[in-house]
Design a protein around this ligand. Structure first.
Ligand code: MG
Length: 351
């Protein structure tokens, strides 16, 4: 279906609890929603770009400006995968709604529910970290991921492992180490971790390949996997044996599906990461997480994890540590109370 225009809508949602990262603490999420319009039909997507360009080069103001200026010729724009993903996935959602097909069916999902996992940030003390992990375990999550960084790694992770000997546990460094840290990181091998995620910077594939020779713990790449080509190169170099899939990071759900297929062919395990998603983005994540190659639990949580009340869509509840995979398009609520701006962009050159 040929879209005539896209609506760019900004909504500001308070977070249920502060999002704490190495660059600071965030108390709300400023979300760009894209609504594709055609002949009375619509399709929705959420842009993964965050409030500020600190996790990735893209940020919500930049993605908004890019789509305002270039939505009609997005395929000739270089870079900007999160902005592209939002537009492409809104157009895909438009087509799927018109065809009466669910995204899960479109991508080839093979499960109707998936295991829920949760990421836990750094804490002021090990005792505080243990309390947070205990709360997450009590809530029913089937896997916990701990953020690590130089000065906050082996000791807190060991404390969690000792307190929860059977908990499926993994760590994520967001590129905070250098390959020279290998002799330090090898201590993680004794902690029975599912994987260590993105230990080195995103452009250091050779460093990851070297580290993979030293560590027994499987190396997973996140930020480094920006395309099918990047995934093939990382796998060929031996830089990873696990891949974190995020549709926003790779330019949309179709590229994410292709990366999944490359990983399956190479016997590389896949799981789906999270980006403070609302119910709109979460529906995409859940459909991908139901693919056959997604054999590890994702960073997938019920909507209440980040937003006190899901203001955009029906809440997604966790039952027995699992989340349902949507079998129909997301029902987007009246957004007038949370909208901070809305504008219409005509697609004069088609999209
Ligand atoms: Mg990560």
């Amino acid at each position: 279906m040929r879209a005539e225009a896209v609506e760019l809508r900004r909504v500001r949602l308070p977070l249920a609890e502060p999002f704490r990262a190495s660059w600071g603490t965030q108390h709300d999420r400023d979300v760009l929603l894209v609504r594709a319009l055609a002949d009375g039909a619509e399709g929705w997507a959420e842009c993964a770009a965050m409030n500020e360009p600190r996790y990735s080069p893209e940020w919500v103001d930049g993605a908004h400006a890019l789509l305002r200026a270039h939505a009609g010729s997005i395929e000739s724009v270089v870079g900007n995968p999160m902005a592209k993903a939002a537009l492409r996935d809104a157009l895909l959602d438009l087509d799927l709604r018109a065809a009466g097909t669910s995204l899960a069916a479109h991508v080839g999902a093979v499960r109707t529910e998936v295991d829920a996992g949760v990421a836990v940030g750094t804490a002021d003390s090990v005792a505080e970290l243990l309390d947070t992990v205990a709360r997450r375990v009590d809530e029913g999550y089937r896997r916990v991921k701990l953020k690590i960084a130089p000065g906050w790694d082996v000791e807190p992770v060991r404390a969690v492992r000792e307190r929860f000997p059977d908990l499926p546990l993994q760590v994520d460094a967001n590129g905070a180490y250098r390959v020279d840290d290998a002799a330090h990181l090898v201590a993680l091998d004794d902690l029975d971790l599912l994987l260590v995620e993105q230990p080195l910077p995103d452009d250091d594939l050779l460093g990851h390949a070297t580290l993979a020779q030293v560590l027994r713990t499987p190396i997973c790449l996140d930020e480094a996997i920006t395309s099918v080509r990047a995934a093939k190169q990382a796998i060929t170099l031996g830089a990873c044996s696990v891949v974190n899939l995020k549709p926003g990071r790779v330019g949309g759900v179709e590229e994410a599906r292709r990366i999944h297929d490359v990983c399956v062919d190479a016997a590389v395990a896949v799981w789906v990461g999270g980006m403070l998603a609302t119910g709109i983005g979460r529906a995409v994540d859940l459909a991908l997480a139901a693919l056959p190659g997604c054999t590890l639990p994702g960073d997938l949580s019920p909507t209440g994890r980040w937003f006190a009340d899901d203001l955009l869509t029906e809440p997604v509840a966790m039952v027995d540590g699992r989340l349902p995979v949507p079998q129909s398009p997301v029902d987007v609520r009246d957004l007038s109370d949370v909208t901070t701006s809305v504008e219409l962009v005509r697609l004069s050159r088609g999209a």
